[in-house]
Write a protein that binds this ligand. Structure first.
Ligand SMILES: *[C@@H]1O[C@H](CO)[C@@H](O)[C@H](O)[C@H]1NC(C)=O
Ligand SMILES: *[C@@H]1O[C@H](CO)[C@@H](O)[C@H](O)[C@H]1NC(C)=O
Length: 250
């Protein structure tokens, strides 16, 4: 009798952990698939830049919750080799431009050679798009692919696709803000505690240290008070290492 009880207890235990492992495996597989799609989504920006005049640079910047500075999500041009100090995660430092961005003003440079368009998110963090002609470009506007407004319109159209990747999971693209040494959510569908997209929020230290080690994080996470099963890893995008993570409710 006692042996029977012990054996059935073990059976129940095996069965139970078996089920948990299986459901986590399914969640991990789903997260991995979404992460790949987010990576493809990011690569669409480099393809988009190739459709434009090679001297036109497109950029996307996000205000961090931590210090309200703006980090570059990317700055990219097909005919331009982005210097290291303008890679994803570097801080945008043109103070005159930032003053206008913080007032939610569109900035238009002379000869249409620069355009910056800010948007305040519902969590009160501002993001802004930029398009600019690099110094050695020909300013003649022969077709739309040479114009800054066309470039920004294409970027906004592309960003919309991020939110359509998967409605049943949450996912984010992070860059490492080199000034505060934290990974910042650039694009995200993760809701914060108010139910707004957590744009500009930092990745937890636990996951961040796994990313710093170049490893994959697979497991439970708590995001703004909710439990999830998540997978995070680094990818190469925009000539540097970035982090993509996705999660399903646990
Ligand atoms: C954003 O700012 C407005 C105006 O200052 C404030 O009323 C609102 O509560 C803020 N929202 C969040 C999510 O902090
Ligand atoms: C902001 O960044 C500092 C410096 O890295 C860090 O110590 C602090 O915990 C961060 N605060 C938040 C709210 O993330």
């Amino acid at each position: 009798m006692r042996i029977f009880l012990v054996t059935s207890a073990i059976c129940v235990l095996v069965l139970f952990t078996g089920i948990t492992a299986d459901s986590n495996a399914a969640a991990f597989a789903k997260c991995r698939a979404i992460n790949k799609k987010v990576h493809l989504f990011l690569n669409e920006f480099t393809k988009l830049a190739k459709k434009l005049n090679p001297h036109l640079l497109i950029g996307y910047n996000v205000q961090t919750v931590n210090d309200s500075n703006y980090v570059r999500g990317f700055l990219y041009g097909a005919g331009y080799s982005t210097p290291k100090d303008e890679h994803p995660g570097t801080v945008y430092s043109d103070t005159a431009n930032l003053q206008l961005i913080n007032q939610q003003k569109v900035i238009q440079g002379k000869d249409n050679n620069f355009l910056a368009v800010p948007f305040k998110q519902l969590n009160n963090q501002t993001i802004f798009y930029t398009a600019q002609s690099s110094p050695n470009s020909n300013t003649a506007e022969l077709d739309p692919s040479t114009t800054t407004s066309y470039a920004i319109a294409l970027m906004i159209e592309q960003v919309r696709k991020f939110y359509e990747i998967d409605a049943k999971a949450v996912y984010s693209y992070f860059v490492k803000d080199i000034s505060i040494n934290q990974y910042i959510r650039v694009f995200t569908t993760t809701p914060d505690i108010n139910g707004h997209y957590a744009t500009g929020e930092s990745l937890s230290q636990t996951v961040a240290s796994v990313m710093d080690a170049g490893k994959v994080y697979k497991g439970k996470v708590v995001l703004f008070g909710k439990n999830y099963i998540a997978v995070y890893r680094t990818y190469n995008s925009f000539s540097t290492k970035v982090v993509i993570g996705s999660a399903v409710l646990a």
